[in-house]
Design a protein around this ligand. Structure first.
Ligand code: BES
Ligand code: MN
Ligand code: ZN
Length: 500
């Protein structure tokens, strides 16, 4: 789909459709008022008759409005004007896109980007609308025999901004929105792919595909044989029960100066997590194909970054692996020496994410990173704590935590910080090894992060637990594309401080 911005008056648009807002109760927005005037009170008449209350998400499609050059006018309910916040705006835009997609209009000029949304500027409103449009239009149907194509899908959406002076900022918003949307798309496609197709090597292939499309990224695979050489025994222990070999994929993006220390993004890439010998209950086990959501998020953020070509150095790491029960699988009771030299007593083979990530954290020390952010569907406890709305954020460096929280706030991809105080560390003390891989039921998300923190001493580090946010279960199940918006925003922020 194509997006652009312009600055004009609604009655002068020669388009298949103009989209304007109506507030509750039955009040025209100022743009709608302009149309009303030109059309001799056509719109206010309709409202008076009670056809549209103006509740958020209501719509009314009109044809042949007198003296209006466009073929259609779409009235969109925006709720109470004083209550128009981000959530409401999101709902309105989503409804607008789906309505437009169902009508015959293949192109529209949207004036909703001129609405006053609490605390948000034109850049945000346009960018958010671009992302929301893509969100509405996404489907994962590549494995269906018969795909349903909309008859006359929406092809072009033009956002109107109040003044010509705001055109450049509108254009920037469109290009940033598109970059984020592409990253989200890549993330969702990878995450939704079933585990018989999406294996650790498949993740590597997706990274290699990106490298074919963009010039300043190179992809490297670390194989099981190489991991063995390096002593990545914790990572390999998890993989031992699977016939699909583990692959750790590295994506090197050079946008900054050669000697700038890189930002490293690590994604947990469990292409299926059965739990291993500590096997999970079978109910809903299919959802554990999403246990590579962290890797998908990093892949998606790398795609956004490649679109944006930001002046920063970033290394994306997809820690691909599969956790299966087998005669050769690792077992509860095993003590494993990690790449760092620290020993781990395995008490539950289902706490496998931290086993894979701890060696990955040690591996990336070689890049002398400025910052490391790992992203993982790490704990069911995080779903219990924060539900589907916020990603769990933990960090050993306050400024980094605040930077990420800001990025999440700005992008609408919410996160909430949890503490990793030293007091929690004793919960993973082991009588026989340096640590054990579980800490029991209390503070499960925090003890998992405490485990990882023991391998993240050499750099500023943050951990994002996306167990509750990476995918939706139930009727409209599917990957959400999170935390691509937050990560991309974080990188945009870093790039800005570079050029300031
Ligand atoms: N991938 C799961 C975490 C998970 C569970 C994410 C449900 C989303 C929904 C992880 O590998 C796991 O199994 N964690 C265990 C840890 C426990 C054994 C300490 C969990 O959360 O139950
Ligand atoms: Mn598990
Ligand atoms: Zn897992």
């Amino acid at each position: 789909m194509e997006f652009s911005v312009k600055s004009g008056s609604p009655e002068k648009q020669r388009s298949a459709c103009v989209v304007v807002g109506v507030f509750e109760p039955r009040r025209l927005s100022s743009v709608a008022e302009q149309l009303d005037k030109v059309s001799g009170g056509y719109l206010s008449n309709i409202l008076r008759r009670g056809d549209l209350e103006g509740k958020a998400g209501q719509t009314l499609l009109l044809h042949n409005v007198p003296n209006i050059l466009s073929e259609r006018v779409l009235l969109v309910g925006c709720g109470k004007e004083r209550e128009l916040d981000e959530r409401q705006y999101r709902k309105i835009i989503a409804k607008t896109i789906s309505t437009l997609n169902d009508t015959g209009a293949m192109e529209a000029v949207c004036f909703l980007s001129e609405l006053h949304v609490k605390g948000r500027d034109t850049y945000w409103k346009v960018r958010y609308a671009v992302e929301a449009a893509h969100e509405q239009l996404y489907t994962f149907d590549s494995l269906k025999s018969h795909r349903e194509e909309p008859r006359r899908p929406l092809r072009k959406l033009i956002f109107n901004v109040p003044t010509r002076r705001e055109l450049p900022v509108g254009e920037k918003a469109v290009s940033h929105g598109l970059a984020v949307a592409r990253g989200i798309h890549t993330c969702k496609d990878a995450a939704n792919m079933p585990p018989n197709i999406c294996t650790p090597s498949y993740l590597a292939e997706q990274a290699e595909k990106l490298a074919e499309q963009y010039s300043n990224v190179t992809v490297e695979r670390v194989t099981e044989a190489q991991m063995e050489e390096l002593g990545m025994n914790a990572y390999l222990a998890v993989s031992r029960g699977s016939h699909n070999p583990a692959v750790m994929t590295l994506m090197h993006y050079q946008g900054g100066k050669t000697d700038d220390a890189p930002i490293v993004l690590i994604g947990k890439g469990l292409t299926f997590d059965s739990g291993g010998i500590s096997i999970k209950p079978s109910d809903g086990m299919d959802e554990m194909k999403y246990d590579m959501g962290g890797a998908a998020g990093v892949l998606g953020a790398m795609h956004s970054l490649l679109e944006l070509q930001l002046p920063v150095n970033v290394i994306g790491v997809l820690a691909g692996c599969e956790n299966m029960p087998d005669g050769n699988a690792y077992r509860p009771g095993d003590i494993i020496r990690s790449m760092s030299g620290q020993t781990i007593e395995v008490l539950n083979t289902d706490a496998e994410g931290r086993m894979v990530l701890c060696d990955t954290l040690t591996y990336v020390e070689r890049f002398n990173p400025e910052t490391v952010v790992d992203v993982a569907t790490l704990t069911g406890a995080c779903v219990i704590a924060l539900g589907p709305h916020a990603t769990g954020l933990m960090s050993n460096h306050n400024p980094l935590a605040h930077e990420l929280l800001n990025a999440s706030e700005q992008s609408g991809d919410r996160a909430w910080r949890l503490p990793i105080w030293d007091e929690y560390q004793s919960l993973i003390d082991s009588p026989f090894a340096d640590m054990q891989n579980i800490g029991g039921r209390p503070a499960g998300t925090i003890t998992a992060a405490c485990f990882l923190s023991r391998f993240a001493k050499k750099f500023h580090w943050a951990h994002l637990d996306i167990a509750g946010t990476a995918w939706r279960g139930g009727k409209d199940k599917g990957a959400t594309g999170r935390p691509v918006p937050m990560l991309t925003q974080f990188l945009l922020g870093r790039a800005n401080s570079e050029t300031d």
